[in-house]
Design a protein around this ligand. Structure first.
Ligand SMILES: Nc1ncnc2c1ncn2[C@@H]1O[C@H](COP(=O)(O)OP(=O)(O)O)[C@@H](O)[C@H]1O
Ligand SMILES: [Mg+2]
Length: 502
């Protein structure tokens, strides 16, 4: 039985054809993965289903019946709900309040909070979606926020649940939890469409996979018959090297060094050294000081004690701008927050932070800026109409490529790279990893912080494990097994093995 059929969907945004005769068929009660490169049209296809965009052409069938969906409200009436990449919860309200928001009215008037809370808890327990109903949303971790979003959808009676890149913001443990939940939902007769770019995850959770490329459906394949290589090839249209090759590179001088770097209680006497031609990876479960380490190294936070040296210059008290001048480049943790300004056009973001290099006597050399911007867009394959477009029109992966392009183009000697491929698809990951390894080859000193352990292990020469603000272990990458890293990351030690790995 078919829960959904989308047929011949065309969607144009101005002169961009986002969807070009896309098809999608989803069976009732399955987990269906919608896979594709950045900009392939996945979100657009799902926003059409959710009534947010009107297609230029094409048909939609729900449970075999042809429908026209003009708004999310109409979608919800058809039992369709969507959880977005950026959560839409209200931070100051409680979990329960968020879940029932807009649904408080009953035939009898206002539903009592107690009743609603009970219903939320029932749903929560029935499906193993653990949430704390009275917590303020602002105070709960990302994984729980996502469960609240899912509960909110189910509270509205969703039969068909769409999740847009739900694992992008989660730790490996949270991903496992989410997949358990999705499987429980499936057992309960729900149909799930999950947009994800992670091949391993697709294969772990999905029954069937539909691959989109350039707005066209490339095919549908049973997850049991798929391999990462097959899926990657369908996504990218060519064979993809899934693991970047790391050549031997001669190491040079130490360009980045910290001595007993301390930030309040968040960072405790961090001692790191990064040489030319070396990648030092920081592994750790998020929230163990990574953000503080990054911000202190960049100059957004000032160390309480200890020092930071860039190319033998003490920069501990220096501002961000001065550090950039000395040769620091960084790819920020949150590209929306600290990386790109969404209201700016592509050309503005292309030189943001580097304006000094494009001016003379206070006058910007626009010609030079446009040249730089066009080169960044072309070298780093940013999919965009032109450099005068707004940055907000870029998909996540393309925004990331712009950010990376800006930093690499300005040729820093020392690079601090945070989560370079978060939310980025497989073709772009291959590309970004190769770019990072090229910089290593050129003798740059690179500090890599990533929540993706595979990424840290693939790229780094050395790995330091951050736990509760301390470096608990450091060594050559080849000295660590994945299991050992996991134990250190969880605060255990290898001798006592006091951490039980699930
Ligand atoms: N609101 C919009 N306005 C203009 N172009 C858009 C808009 N939304 C998406 N696009 C474009 O449509 C294409 C598909 O985007 P999207 O559906 O977000 O891809 P995906 O989710 O697969 O990364 C991209 O080229 C993107 O830039
Ligand atoms: Mg998307």
């Amino acid at each position: 039985m078919e829960a959904l059929r989308m047929k011949g969907i065309i969607k144009d945004f101005g002169s961009t054809r986002a969807l070009d005769q896309a098809d999608l068929v989803v069976k009732k009660g399955e987990i269906h993965s919608l896979l594709g490169e950045n900009g392939a049209g996945k979100t657009t296809l799902m926003k059409i289903l959710y009534g947010m965009y009107e297609p230029n052409q094409g048909e939609i069938f729900i449970n075999g019946n042809k429908v026209v969906i003009n708004s999310p409200k109409e979608a919800m009436n058809l039992g369709i709900n969507m959880v977005f990449q950026h959560f839409m919860l209200i931070p100051n309200l409680s979990v329960t309040e968020n879940i029932i928001l807009g649904q408080e009215e009953t035939k009898l008037g206002v539903l009592s909070y107690k009743e609603a809370r009970k219903k939320v808890m029932q749903l929560s327990e029935q499906l193993g979606l653990k949430v704390r109903p009275d917590m303020r949303v602002a105070d709960i971790p990302v994984g729980e926020k996502q469960r609240v979003e899912i509960l909110k959808a189910l509270y509205r009676g969703a039969d068909l649940l769409i999740l847009d890149e739900p694992t992008a913001v989660l730790t490996p443990q949270e991903v496992k939890e989410l997949f358990k939940v999705l499987k429980a939902l499936k057992e309960n007769g729900k149909t799930i469409i999950i947009i994800t770019h992670k091949l391993k995850e697709t294969m772990a959770v999905a029954d069937n996979v539909t691959v989109l490329r350039n707005g066209k459906t490339q095919g549908i394949i049973a997850a049991s018959e798929a391999t990462p290589e097959i899926l990657a090839q369908m996504m990218v249209g060519r064979s993809v090297i899934l693991e970047a090759v790391k050549e031997d590179v001669n190491k040079g001088r130490v360009l980045l060094e910290t001595k007993d770097l301390t930030l309040g209680k968040k960072l405790k006497k961090i001692n790191l050294q990064v040489q030319q031609g070396q990648i030092l990876g920081i592994a750790g479960v998020e929230g163990n000081g990574q953000t503080e380490l990054l911000e202190t190294l960049l100059g957004l936070e000032t160390a309480t004690s200890g020092s930071i040296y860039l190319n033998n210059t003490d920069v501990t008290q220096k501002a961000v701008k001065e550090r950039l001048k000395i040769g620091l480049g960084f790819i920020a943790e949150d590209r929306n927050d600290r990386g790109l300004v969404n209201g700016f056009s592509i050309w503005q973001n292309s030189v943001l932070g580097y304006q000094d290099r494009y001016q003379k006597n206070g006058i910007l050399n626009m010609q030079k800026i446009y040249v730089a911007s066009r080169q960044i867009v072309s070298n780093y394959q940013v999919k965009v109409e032109n450099i005068f477009s707004k940055t907000s029109s870029l998909s996540g992966g393309n925004a990331q490529k712009l950010l990376v392009g800006r930093v690499f183009y300005h040729d820093p000697e020392v690079l601090i790279i945070a989560h370079p491929t978060r939310g980025v698809d497989v073709g772009a990951i291959e590309y970004l990893h190769n770019e990072i390894l090229q910089l290593r080859k050129k003798g740059k000193a690179i500090l890599l912080v990533s929540a993706d352990l595979d990424e840290v292990r693939q790229l780094s020469d050395r790995i330091a494990v951050l736990y509760e603000g301390k470096i608990v272990m450091e060594g050559n990458t080849s000295d660590f097994t994945e299991e050992a890293l996991g134990i250190y990351m969880a605060g255990g030690d290898l001798v006592n093995r006091e951490v039980v790995l699930s």
